[in-house]
Design a protein around this ligand. Sequence first.
Ligand code: HEC
Length: 99
Amino acid sequence: MKLVLALVAAFTTATLSSGALAGAAEDIISKEKCSKCHTDKTTKKGPSWASVAEKYKGDAGAEAKLVEMLKTGGKDDHNIVKASDADLKAIVQIVLSSK
Ligand code: HEC
């Protein structure tokens, strides 16, 4: 399992920019039930991904901020997501690319 994780991490680093990892990130999004509170377009308990993307548009630090928020719960006590930094980044990229 460790080896698999290491391979996944290496793969992630190599392919993140191409979006090939979206699969793993999407698995986490569905496993963590983000969709109970978020969807692409409609506001449920949480803001829609599209509105989050809009809010952070042009903010170069957005990815780091949101990764940190998902890791720690942030100031609003958000659900903490246990995933590797690479996966969290991929999740955040999905959120920030929603329209
Ligand atoms: C129980 C409901 C709930 C679940 C489950 C949930 N969220 Fe949220 N989320 C919220 C609420 C409410 C907010 C708005 C307040 C806040 O920022 O905490 C939010 C805000 C956010 C934001 C925007 C933060 C900002 O600074 O604008 C992101 C990104 C986000 N969630 C991602 C996720 C991801 C990814 C998951 C799944 C791994 C997830 N959320 C699961 C309720 C939820």
